[in-house]
Ligand binder design. Sequence first.
Ligand code: PLP
Length: 378
Amino acid sequence: MKSPKLLIRPLVRELQPYVYGEQPKIKGLIKLNTNESPYPPSPKVLAAVRAAVDGRLRLYPNPTAQALREKLAKLHGCHADNIIVGNGSDELLALATRCFVEPNVEQASSLFKKENTGRRPVPRHIVQYFTPSYSLYPVLADIHGAARNAVPLKSDFSLPGMAELKRGRIWNFRAALSFVTTPNAPSGRGYSTRELDALCKAQHGVVVLDEAYVDFAGENALKLALKYPHVLVARTFSKAYSLCFQRVGYFVGHRDLIAALHKIRDSYNVNGLGQIAAEATLDDLPYYRANFKKIITTREWLSRELTKLGFRVLPSRTNFILVRPARFSAQAWLQSLRVQKALVRWFDRPEVKNYLRITIGTAAEAEALVNVVRKILV
Ligand SMILES: Cc1ncc(COP(=O)(O)O)c(C=O)c1O
């Protein structure tokens, strides 16, 4: 028999997969590498999940997460038809790629001809995003065999203005799908709804505003998903709502786009305990809002302390900070911190390789991190 590798599609064989943050189980580790909340889910959420662990586990869950979608619709002032829930928002980002982007140029260009009704058509095969932003987007484009258009943010990680985007001619206003991480990851930078509105307005293809970290920012752009038929807002229960383990995320947007995504998802894409946990989360929002406040206070404290120690800390609207360390390279800091049992994230990507991304933990974890940094600096 020939090598089993030859049975794999060349596209998959050559694929550079997404690089996950590590999940090591080391006792006493200060784990600040994957932007999880340092606080557990609300006691009411834990009680709801525990109460659901019985003989009902033999049954399939609700296929459309109906009750959860209805609660989310009430929260966001829209209809359940404007919402799709996924196995984490990652699943929905992948579904969006499959739903709105043609996998290859030839197929896309034959569609251009068919669809051309006098207006300039949308290049169906282009997935577009700013760099640096969430490193899953290029992988999703690659998995799908689509073309990527990576457009650099400005050197301070702000969004290029509309005039600049138009002048630069790199940003494609007709790309089939554009992902915008807002607030941005891994820089932590926030974008105003006004600038996002201008970008969405000018865009012809679908825009996904990925608001995974928005609860730690001052404003959100949800209203754009209800204003523009081609804009989807992605949210997740993972980060701010302490539910990474359960994998629940959702999109809000025009019912036609949402209906198309429902068509291509797995029948039971959101597990039953995840649905129950997310519903109970929405019944106890004050608990989470108190956590956001604590995380923001710790973020500001840690930023000040690291600045005093010579680090350059970028302003953040998220539950992590991007810092340019003092004295040694970021990669050397990653290793030294690890030896001291503090785990942070370093990305081997040109735009951010001089930085470390540090998740905001509890106040005690932040203090412990500062002590470790002081120890390394002496
Ligand atoms: C910008 C961004 N979007 C989406 C996600 C995925 O979140 P989820 O856990 O809902 O799949 C992440 C997770 O790291 C993220 O950083």
